[in-house]
Every structure is written in C-alpha cells, then in structure tokens.
Design a binder for this molecule. Structure first.
Ligand SMILES: Cc1ncc(COP(=O)(O)O)c(C=O)c1O
Length: 388
C-alpha cells in the first residue's frame, strides 16, 4: 500500500501558456510578474526560473512571448532569495523598503524599489549609495492604500529626478482597487486621474493588475503587473456568481480567457465506509445523510491549507466526477459523499482544485478568494513538478 497524501502538482507549461496569453492581451507592454507570497503558493524560485527560462527557438529574442521582463515581490527577503538562487533579472519591491538600512542592500543587489511615502523619499535623499537605485513612484489614484497624494506628485517627482541616488528612468505607478468589477465607475475615475496626473510625462507608466489586463485595456500603459492570471485563475469578479460557479460557468470564464491552472491540488481516498441514514459524520456531527450512502475519507485538511470553512456540498473530484464535501474539515482529513453506487477504492486519486475544478469555485464555497487558498498551501504539502 502506498497512498498519496496532499500533493500540489505545479504545471510549468501552464504557467508559460498563461504568460503567452497575457502577452497576447497586452502585446506592446512589458510584463512585471508578481511573485510575492511564495509566488502565490506555487514556489518563488521555481516560478521565477520558469518565467525567465528561454526556449531554444527564441534565444536572443528579448521580446519572447515566453519570458517575463521583471519580477515583483513584497519583501526584501523574497528578493534576496531570488538573487541567491541566481536570478539576475530586474526585481521590484512592491511596497518599497521598510528599513532605511535596506537601501544599501538594494543598491548592492540591484533591486528596484517603489516609493510611496515621505519617509522613503527622505531616506533616499539622505542616503550615500555606491550606485543609484531604480524607483517606481506610486501615486494613490483612489484605492487609498499606498501611494502619495496627487498633489504631492510634482514635488516627489522633482526630488527624485534631482537625486544622484536615483536612476533617471523612474516609472510612474498606481494600483486599481475595483478592476475585477467590470464597468465599475471607480476604475474609470482611477484611470482618468492617473492620466491627468501623468500626462505629458515621458516616463514609463503602470496601472494594471490581472483584472486590469483582462477588463481595462486603457490601463495597460508600458508595464502590466499580472499575479493571479499568471497562475491560471480568472481575476474577474466572482461576487455575484455563486450560482454561476455551481453551474460551472466559472470554468467557461477561464476557457474564455484561455488560461490553465498552474496548481492542481490532489490527495487520495484513505478510507471508504457505508453510512446508514441519519448517521452523523465528523466533528460535531454536523452532517448526516437522509438515506443510506457510501462515504470516503480524503487525506487532506486545514493542516495542508484546505479551507476549514468549506461548506457542505463543496465539490471534490473523485475519479472524474464531482462529489460533495460532507461534515467539518479536519486538520488532516475531509469526508465526501461518494453515493450509494460508488465503485471507488481506497487509494483512488482525488482533486481538490486545479484541473477541471477551478480554485475560484472552492474559494466561493469557503467564503474567501482564490488568492488566499493558493497562498495558504502549507509546507507539508508535497510538490510534483510538471516540467515544460
Ligand atoms: C501593486 C500590485 N500590483 C499587481 C498585483 C497583482 O495583482 P493580481 O494578482 O490581482 O494580478 C498586486 C497584488 O496584490 C499588487 O499589490
């Protein structure tokens, strides 16, 4: 007996496919691939290497459809891990540096920084750096999270351009708060304001995350910043689509975008038993069948990152068919209703999300978002790579 426990299958061909699709949506832009939080749970270094690996037939072509142009992370440790693993391409810290001392590290490791507040500007102006750093100046156009106010833009821009600590190719940047909601007036306003603030400038600009790339072509500018889309998950709003999700329309959405899931989460059945009507299942006995059935126990739980709040009925793929989750999610196991006619066997493989079962649909059943499920995969989950 050799039963499979929680395993994330990472499909690097799907990653490359998604990158090519993204480039076809915004063909004249450069791609800043967002790899923060362990590349959304997919493995920082392996995803970075795949995004920069050049297929033989396109070697030397700097606009290869299969390569990213730069990487974005959120923490300096993530950037340094990439440098240690041999990544020499441009890396940007999306929230900039958190400690003034880090500026020297940025300069020595050729890391790029966002500047979004006065403290960061002051630190850059006061620093004594061996070489200037590249800056992406972040302006708040309405999300009200990070970024300088529009009125501060001229001052920041002037200070940065005059500093010998700053390279002369500043990128102007903002972030969209509601781009996943197609047609949302707030996004129109953010794009107009960004346009107004930066009009007449010769600098490169960037505004679009995945949802901007898909739904807001006027937000593309010179750099796009895909995260979720790279990993094969539709970024478009799932808020109103719970009924659509259960009818499988979210899968159609992904097909419309022509993206493929990079992560497929699998495990296996480790026990099967018959259940009489009214026998409770699992902690708290919160679920019981109204008729005789067959139930299966799958070796995955919240200790692996499967969401504890996934509700009864959350779909699980067993031997290619959708069966419902029943009872509470435990740390290491979940229980599913295989149905009275089940022919399933202990050891059969089970898909929790990924191929043929969009992670967005599972997120909806757990009242969360696909980003959280992907990031929450824990260390004990085995990883199997499907190479290009
Ligand atoms: C500034 C910025 N740009 C781009 C992204 C990528 O977003 P998404 O994964 O929705 O494409 C993020 C992610 O949160 C971000 O913070």
């Amino acid at each position: 007996m050799a039963l499979t426990t929680a395993t994330a299958i990472i499909n690097l061909s799907a990653l490359k496919h998604n990158l090519a699709q993204i480039k076809s949506l915004a063909p004249t832009t450069s791609v800043l691939a967002v790899l923060k939080a362990n590349a959304y749970g997919h493995g920082l270094e392996r995803i970075a290497k795949a995004l920069f690996s050049e297929p033989e037939q396109t070697k030397g072509d700097c606009h290869s459809a299969l390569m990213a142009d730069a990487i974005a992370v959120a923490r300096i440790d993530e950037a340094l891990a990439l440098r240690s693993s041999g990544i020499t391409q441009p890396i940007l810290l999306l929230e900039g540096f958190f400690d003034n001392k880090d500026l020297t590290i940025l300069a020595s490791h050729n890391l790029q920084t966002v500047v979004h507040n006065q403290q960061q500007l002051d630190a850059i102006l006061a620093a004594k750096l061996k070489s200037p750093v590249k800056v992406w100046l972040k302006i708040d156009t309405g999300m009200h999270r990070l970024g300088i106010n529009p009125e501060q833009y001229s001052y920041f821009y002037q200070q940065l351009t005059e500093s010998t600590n700053v390279q002369d190719n500043i990128v102007l940047m903002s972030h969209l708060g509601c781009a996943d909601d197609e047609g949302n007036e707030a996004t129109h306003q953010q794009i107009s304001l960004f346009e107004e603030i930066t009009q007449g400038c010769n600098e490169e600009r960037t505004l679009a995350n995945s949802a901007g790339i898909c739904a807001w072509p006027t937000s593309h500018y010179q750099w796009i910043r895909p995260g979720l889309l790279l990993y094969g998950v539709s970024p478009l709003s799932l808020d109103e689509s719970s009924s659509e999700a259960s009818r499988g329309l979210i899968t159609d959405e992904s097909k419309h975008l022509n993206i493929q899931p990079v992560m497929t989460l699998k495990s296996s059945l480790i026990a099967i038993r018959e259940l009489e009507a009214d026998e409770p299942v699992g902690y708290g006995g919160t679920w019981q069948s109204d008729k005789k059935t067959v139930m299966g126990v799958v070796a995955i739980g919240y200790g692996d990152g499967y969401p504890r709040h996934a509700k009864n009925g959350t779909p699980v793929l067993v031997n290619g068919r959708r069966v419902p989750l029943i009872g509470r999610v435990s740390m290491d196991m979940i229980t599913v209703d295989l149905g009275i006619d089940s022919q399933d066997k202990v050891g059969d493989l089970v898909t929790l999300w990924g191929d043929n079962l969009p992670v967005a649909e599972i997120a909806k059943c757990a009242t969360t978002i696909p980003y959280e499920l992907l990031c929450n995969i824990t260390r004990r989950v085995k990883v199997t790579l499907l190479a290009e």
